[in-house]
Design a protein around this ligand. Structure first.
Ligand code: SF4
Length: 88
């Protein structure tokens, strides 16, 4: 479940601005295509679903930096219980 208190447009704007910065070195794991980060703070129009229910990005090759790098840091990660990434 997404941390609702942190799921704000302000947080989205901050993640977008900070997405030019590098990904934290202590990030481990991989994306499992849960699609949770594509709903922050509202569902992205480019989020699509396969017949098996897995999500995918319909503009994957040209997706913006904040999507490419989510979750960039532990503090920016608000999808902890579903996301395949974690931080040591
Ligand atoms: S929340 Fe994590 S696992 Fe889910 S789609 Fe985003 S990066 Fe991938």
């Amino acid at each position: 479940m997404v941390d609702k208190k942190k799921n704000t447009w302000y947080a989205k704007m901050k993640r977008t601005l900070c997405s030019v910065l590098p990904i934290a070195k202590n990030r481990k794991g991989k994306c499992i295509n849960c699609g949770e980060c594509c709903r922050l703070p509202i569902q992205c129009p480019f989020l699509k679903f396969k017949s098996d229910g897995k999500s995918y990005c319909s503009i994957y090759l040209i997706r913006p930096l904040n999507c490419r790098k989510y979750p960039r840091t532990k503090s920016e990660c608000i999808t902890n219980d579903k996301c395949g990434f974690r931080f040591d």
